[in-house]
Design a protein around this ligand. Structure first.
Ligand code: PMP
Length: 368
């Protein structure tokens, strides 16, 4: 046998830059308060905790179809469970959507600044990612529509958007859907939808119920506080759900994950409380950032559980990142995503956000 021979990785796989998650350690290896991955600082529902502690037999496979969870989600949202698929996080389902509808030579469109997983999903299937220009960092429907060509197969829209935090309202999302060719799949990623202020609704769930080219993905990782258990779900036309069922792992959601999510759906009071706390802490933090406007700091108005702070004065995002690490906080710097001048800061508790604002104020003074 030729001892020099080895398996050759597919070139489009070799070209992928693996997903880089938010970190919890400083450059010196010190453990920091992790406000870098948009997790819930209030944990998860007590009912979900109890469900996780419940005795189950780990020798047995979980329900491959997450039946009880899909039924509970269907009842909660008025959706037939056959139009719901559960995933190992919504990431698995986003992957499936791109895999099912895009391949080599095809194009996948997303906003210039959106979830950093999106370009990876396109790369994994050999498709090209096409970025739509932004409107001062925020996604723009006009730009998204202008980016569509006859090679476009999927448009990915995270609404609210990560990392900017802004959202597109019902009219804008409808305008995007109306403007797309009917053979393009519109994926509306609702990872942060629970955080929209009461009364706000982008109409995504209705579009997914009414049209056969819309998929909505949702997650238990954010407002439900179950990121560690990897549970997401998606809803759309039966054909799209069928595609995702073909592509997902056979036993993709663990038994513990299914139990926890089922309990979490029954405790919407926890989610409401988390979102109220988030709103209060975010509002206060946004005001504190606005007060540093004379130092060149500004925050995009966020509807999510994080804020993108832009550094346009003497204090650079790099220096602010260092100062925050020094003060014990890990936040997200995304230079590789074209945002060297910004930090995405997950909303922690009110106390934590007050501390962060004070650290930034001091760093501004020091840089002035
Ligand atoms: N969509 C967006 C916009 C996100 O920010 C995230 C998490 N960072 C996800 C989807 C994926 O979350 P999960 O796989 O945990 O459901």
């Amino acid at each position: 046998a030729d001892s020099a021979a080895r398996p050759t990785m597919k070139p489009w796989i070799e070209a992928i830059h693996a997903y880089v998650p938010g970190k919890s350690k400083g450059s010196d290896g010190r453990e920091l308060v992790k406000l870098s991955a948009n997790e819930n600082p209030h944990g998860c529902s007590l009912l979900a905790q109890e469900a996780l502690a419940d005795i189950a037999n780990p020798a047995l496979y979980p329900d491959p179809d997450s039946t009880a969870l899909r039924e509970a989600l269907g009842a909660a949202h008025g959706i037939d469970p056959s139009r719901i698929v559960c995933g190992a996080g919504s990431g698995e389902l986003l992957h499936g959507a791109v895999q099912a509808y895009a391949g080599p030579g095809d194009e996948v469109v997303c906003a210039r600044y959106s979830f950093s997983l999106y370009p990876l999903l396109a790369a994994k299937v050999g498709a090209s990612i096409v970025y739509a220009d932004d409107d001062d960092h925020a996604p723009s429907v006009d730009a998204l529509l202008a980016a569509v060509t006859d090679k476009t197969r999927v448009v990915l829209l995270d609404n609210p958007n990560n990392p900017v935090g802004t959202w597109l309202d019902r009219d804008e999302v409808a305008r995007l859907h109306d403007g797309l060719p009917r053979d393009v799949l519109l994926v509306i990623d609702h990872a942060y939808v629970e955080y929209l202020a009461p009364g706000l609704d982008d109409g995504g769930m209705e579009l997914a119920a009414q049209h056969d080219n819309v998929l909505v993905t949702r997650t238990f990782s954010k407002a439900f506080g179950l990121a560690g258990e990897r549970i997401g779900w998606a809803t759309g036309a039966p054909e799209i759900i069928g595609a995702l069922n073909r592509l997902r792992g056979a036993f993709n959601v663990t038994a513990a994950g299914q139990r926890a999510a089922l309990a979490a759906v029954r405790d919407m009071a926890f989610v409401r409380k988390s979102c109220e706390e988030n709103l209060a802490a975010r509002d206060a933090f946004e005001r504190q950032i606005a007060a540093l406007g004379n130092h060149g700091l500004r925050a995009k108005p966020s509807e999510a559980n994080f804020v993108l702070v832009l550094f346009e004065g003497a204090l650079s995002a790099d220096a602010a990142l260092e100062a925050l690490a020094e003060g014990g906080y890990a936040v997200r710097h995304l230079p590789s995503q074209g945002l060297p001048h910004a930090l995405r800061i997950t909303i922690g508790t009110r106390e934590q956000m007050g501390e962060i604002a004070a650290i930034l104020a001091n760093a501004c003074e020091a840089a002035a």
